[in-house]
Design a protein around this ligand. Structure first.
Ligand code: FAD
Length: 389
């Protein structure tokens, strides 16, 4: 399979890997322990060109395609899952809907600073009573004159504790209380009426802050509506397609790291007078890791390639909903199985935080939950294949 990367793209991949080794990897363990993601990391990722990969050059982006961005996400995830999630929530979950649906003023106002890493964004969809079932959300945006007043609560939001802005999905109502449909509002999180939780304690991805956002009659202008009133549900679903592909890319990075760590450990660790990889039981685990990684990799690359082609033809990524869901389901499941095997190969050491596979094992669990659980992916996949003739 030839994905026709240009010379510039190949060079970017080499320099970005070097950047991740130098700037991201050394920080990953410490950040995980301290549960901190310094702001300076966003600016570094901005300077390295990562945050702007999928954004247009006129706003400071690289104008790259989905395929190159998939490769870059895989690389960053090999070194630090928290970096992948926090950077992705800002430039991807917040930035890409603005790129795709925002007005030209919104793009000019928000994208340059998100791409440079000066501002941090987030996406506020999930609520305490509406996660998988997005249509059940209850946050309300009531219209008064040319203003909207948002009330409600969001939970499990990546970057909520330190973001500057959030793209908040709420039920818009006109002045008479009539429902106008789910709508995204770009909300300045320093606005009056906004409060937030501290970072939640969680199983993994400890450096990437996750929290709740509370809105009490938060005033926003009509200019803060993303694109058009009432289009929020479709915008969210399109955003989730890209997120699902990116979670498959994340899973590839995790599996590549597991493969490298496990090969190295299985060579140096000895039992019964030989390296443990010379025991067939361990050799089989290495083989399984490799096979799962390769299968997920080619599936993900294939969907990324198709998404790039579809976008270049000006068609919406909704055409690929089933494939994005299938690729996320497959890669995130494989990554969970692979981290489990990698910990097993490491024996007791694998249970120790000192070894990278322990962090990978904890971190990767989110892949099967965030961006829609595996069960929701199965519903999307079956719905999509049953529509095909
Ligand atoms: C670390 C972290 C970061 C996150 N970041 C963000 C973010 O930045 N922005 C954001 O908006 N959200 C974010 N989320 C929320 C995430 O998207 C949701 O947790 C996820 O979509 C699942 O929703 P839920 O937690 O409400 O689970 P529920 O919907 O309550 O699901 C519980 C269980 O029921 C199953 N289930 C539900 N409905 C069905 C069905 N119809 N058929 C079969 N099974 C079903 C689910 O698969 C799951 O197993 C984050 C979550 C975490 C943990």
């Amino acid at each position: 399979m030839d994905f026709n990367l240009s010379q510039d793209e190949r060079e970017f991949i080499v320099s970005f890997r070097n950047f991740c080794k130098k700037e991201i990897h050394p920080f990953a363990e410490e950040a995980d322990k301290k549960k901190e993601f310094p702001r300076s990391h966003y600016t570094k990722l901005g300077e390295a060109g990562y945050l702007g990969l999928l954004h247009e050059e006129e706003f400071g982006g690289q104008g790259a395609g989905v395929f190159l961005s998939t490769l870059a996400m895989e690389i960053v995830s090999e070194y630090c899952g928290s970096t992948f999630f926090s950077a992705g929530a800002s430039a991807g979950l917040f930035g890409l809907p603005i790129k795709h649906f925002g007005t030209s003023d919104q793009k000019k106002k928000f994208l340059p600073d998100i791409i440079s890493g000066k501002l941090i964004g987030s996406l506020g969809v999930t609520e305490p009573d509406g996660g998988s079932d997005v249509s059940a959300l209850t946050s309300i945006a009531r219209k008064k004159g040319d203003r909207y007043f948002i009330s409600g609560q969001k939970t499990f939001i990546t970057n909520a504790p330190n973001a500057d802005y959030s793209l908040v999905l709420a039920r818009a109502q006109d002045e008479n209380g009539n429902e106008k449909g789910l709508t995204h509002f770009i909300v300045d999180l320093r606005s009056k009426g906004v409060s937030r939780s501290v970072a939640m304690d969680k199983m993994g991805l400890k450096a990437s802050p996750t929290g709740a956002l509370f809105f009490e009659d938060v005033e926003v202008s009509e200019e803060n509506i993303l694109g058009k009133l009432g289009k929020g549900f479709r915008q969210t679903m399109q955003t989730f397609n890209a997120e699902r592909l990116s979670l498959a890319a994340y899973s590839l990075g995790v599996m590549k790291a597991c493969l490298d760590e496990s090969k190295s450990f299985a060579s140096s660790r000895k039992s019964f007078g030989k390296s443990i990889y010379q025991h067939q039981g361990v050799a089989f685990m290495l083989a399984e890791i490799y096979a799962k990684y390769e299968a997920a990799k080619w599936f993900t690359y294939n969907v990324a390639w198709e998404m790039e082609r579809i976008e270049s033809e000006g068609k919406g990524s909704m055409l690929l909903s089933g494939k994005c869901a299938a690729c996320k389901l497959f890669a995130t499941t494989a990554a969970r199985e692979v981290t489990n095997l990698a910990v097993q190969i490491h024996g007791g050491a694998g249970y120790m935080d000192e070894y990278k596979v322990s962090r990978l094992y904890r971190d990767t669990r989110l892949g099967e939950i965030g961006g829609g659980t595996s069960e929701i992916q199965k519903l999307i996949i079956s719905g999509s294949i049953m529509k095909e003739n």
